[in-house]
Design a protein around this ligand. Structure first.
Ligand code: NAD
Ligand code: UDP
Length: 314
């Protein structure tokens, strides 16, 4: 039995990951400061004999003995990461230093949840891992993008200098059940708006694209990456290459919810990337043929179901 630490474990992705790791017979320690995470996402795990919850902020060091660390702690929605941008940088950078220090002392393997945002507003399309990106270092998204880029640098340097066993994945837009209704990201916003008959808020003309991955495909990719040999550190893209405009996403959601909501256009936030699509050649090669298996409409149906239940409870 492995003892595994998941930072950000009470968040959207982290809660799915904790569930899956427990299910596979591991001991799981979930660490979170509840900035965007919620106890209700992990409540059903609290009685599990091999699950523990620690309220702790990753910007502070922590001492514990573990075999593996999944470092997910960091707000991921623009609304939340821009709320306190200095704290966002500290979470990515000091959080990486503290968790890498822990990995160094315990000789644990450590996986960093990096992001497609390291590519910024990409001029290479689709994005392979070899692309260095196009990020505005002083823009409103930089606290997140540059924080994650610095964390990648820390990871590769702890590997080179201290032989820490690292894994870096670059996650592309992921959605699914257990997102919060007020998360602020596009899929949850559109679904909640459609279900409540509110206007669907498209930022800009809606022609910008994203490639949406269902959460179970991400969790599968994360675990496969953690289980690769020590010689493969990544970074590796984990995302679904199916690319859609925000207009197409809105229409799909209106259609699937049978909603009467109207589409309205609001100003596009600055530095909003115009296009995004992962090249997953490397992931397929290194992660035993891993590729996403849940198509957008199927994933949306499950997510709509989740929000329908959640909103009817309120
Ligand atoms: P989320 O906001 O639901 O989860 C983040 C979790 O980290 C929350 O539980 C939050 O409370 C916790 N956290 C934040 N700051 C912390 C701190 N200082 N100390 C301890 N805990 C802290 O977001 P998510 O979608 O679950 O994202 C999880 C990770 O995956 C993040 O690192 C994010 O950058 C990365 N990621 C996600 C996506 C996506 O589309 N979901 C895409 C790219 C990368
Ligand atoms: N977006 C939108 N309406 C919303 C929320 C987001 O049109 O209510 C757009 C946003 O401008 C961006 C895309 O949807 O172009 C994805 O936004 P999200 O915040 O989900 O992720 P990110 O921009 O970080 O990829």
């Amino acid at each position: 039995m492995k003892r595994i630490l998941v930072t950000g474990g009470a968040g959207f992705v982290g809660s799915h990951l904790c569930e899956r790791l427990l299910h596979e017979g591991n001991e799981v320690i979930c660490m979170d400061n509840y900035f965007t995470g919620k106890k209700h996402k992990i409540l059903h795990l609290l009685n599990h004999p091999y699950f523990e919850m620690i309220r702790h902020d990753v910007t502070m060091p922590y001492f514990i003995e573990v075999d593996e660390i999944y470092n997910l702690a960091c707000p991921a929605s623009p609304v939340h990461y821009q709320y306190n941008p200095i704290k966002t940088v500290k979470t990515s950078v000091m959080g990486a230093i503290n968790m890498l220090g822990l990995a160094k002392r315990t000789k644990a393997k450590i996986l960093q949840a990096s992001t497609s945002e390291v590519y910024g507003d990409p001029v290479v399309h689709p994005q392979p891992e070899s692309y260095w990106g196009h990020v505005n270092p002083i823009g409103i998204r930089s606290c997140y993008d540059e924080g994650k880029r610095c964390a990648e640098s820390l990871f590769v340097n702890y590997h080179a200098q201290n032989n820490v066993r690292i894994k870096i994945i670059r996650i592309f837009n992921t959605y699914g059940p257990k997102m919060e209704p007020d998360d602020g990201r596009v899929v949850s916003n559109f679904i909640v708006q459609a279900l409540q008959g509110q206007d669907i808020t498209i930022f800009g003309d809606g022609k910008q694209t994203r490639s949406f991955q269902y959460v179970s495909d991400l969790v599968e990719g994360m675990i496969r990456m953690m289980n690769t040999g020590d010689d493969f550190t990544g970074p590796v893209n984990i995302g679904n290459p199916g690319e859609f405009t925000m207009l197409e996403l809105a229409k799909n959601i209106i259609d699937l919810t049978d909603s009467k909501s109207k589409i309205i256009h609001l100003p596009l936030p600055s530095d909003d990337p115009t296009q995004r699509q992962p090249d997953i050649t490397l992931a397929k090669e290194k992660l035993n043929g891993w590729e996403p298996i849940v198509p957008l409409r199927e994933g949306l149906i499950k997510t709509i179901d989740y929000f329908e239940n959640l909103l009817s409870e309120k």
